[in-house]
Write a protein that binds this ligand. Sequence first.
Ligand code: CP3
Length: 346
Amino acid sequence: VLKAVCPKPFLNVLDGKRQSVPPVWLMRQAGRYLPEYRELRAKTESVLDLCFSPKLAAEVTLQPIRRFNFDAAILFSDILVIPHALGRRVRFVTGEGPQLDPISEPSIVAKMRDKADRTILAPIYETIALVKAKLPAQVGFLGFCGAPWTVATYMIAGEGTPDQAPARLFAYRYPESFAQLIDILVDASVEYLTTQFKAGVDAVQIFDTWAGVLPPDEFVRWSVVPTERIINGVRREHPGARVIGFPRGAGTMLENYVGALKLNAVGLDWMIDREFARECIQSRVAVQGNLDPLALVAGGAALDREVDAVLEAFSSGLFVFNLGHGILPQTPLEHVERMLKRVRGA
Ligand code: CP3
């Protein structure tokens, strides 16, 4: 029997086939470090408008592919479209990040809409179809959502905070209400990701940006278990659905995370001990990431040294080259070129 060979290196790694040159893409690659993004963004009111304008969002998704020939494109959207579709109005204030009406007590959760409004999310699925029609054959297409814990931190605080104290406090004070909020987010995320697959993405990433602020038991309860429920829900409809988990800051709790979840890959932040990650994590599942976004800002010898250290640690196993968190707006384009040359020439 002839087995079809997948021409997409990124998907090959997710499917357990090591690539001699690791595929590479960058978290937040469609964004403010690109002049062509800033130009297009200047013509729109807000990030949310951009997320809900299929033609523009498709264009922004493709911009980094054209410029850098990355091995994966990530859908241009935001994790906060889900609270928006749940009726919690989201505003992005330039320079200040997202703002939502905060959730100060359980009655607000009890009265909250318990299903995302499909009509609000419909333009995002249209974006997926537009991108899919234009994407080069070798480029993988990644959808995403925020993990319930991370999305809940923004919903409760009503803004970004450094240590997510409002959400942690709410979860201790009102565990039943918090569980109810997490349930709503699990259901909305299952439907959201399932529909993304239907529309044409090859894989999805679940961003748990604030996983690392939770103590270990709470991490299992609010990060691992809800993520597991999302994965199971999505695979009920799409059995082979490829999923990448990214619990930023999880440290040694990563062992629990990859042990409990059937992932195709796990994202590594830049803080993790590389030897631990290779021995205890990459031995069980493909890994993605790890380059410090600030090394990419710095460039030069520091960048070369960090790129080499990441490749040295992980390129002998299943590996997708990426940053340990999103690319920073002040990153010079030449540094991205330099990094790509080093990864692809290595
Ligand atoms: O290339 C891509 O990844 C584009 C798609 C994308 C965006 N946001 C667009 C965006 C993705 C995958 C995200 C994920 C996201 N959004 C996360 C998880 C990943 C991470 O970086 O931690 C989180 C926590 C958010 C919430 C969010 N959205 C914040 C806190 C902010 C403001 C500060 C910031 O990080 O930029 C946003 C706005 C946002 N989302 C921008 C973009 C390109 C910048 C807005 C602009 O154009 O002014």
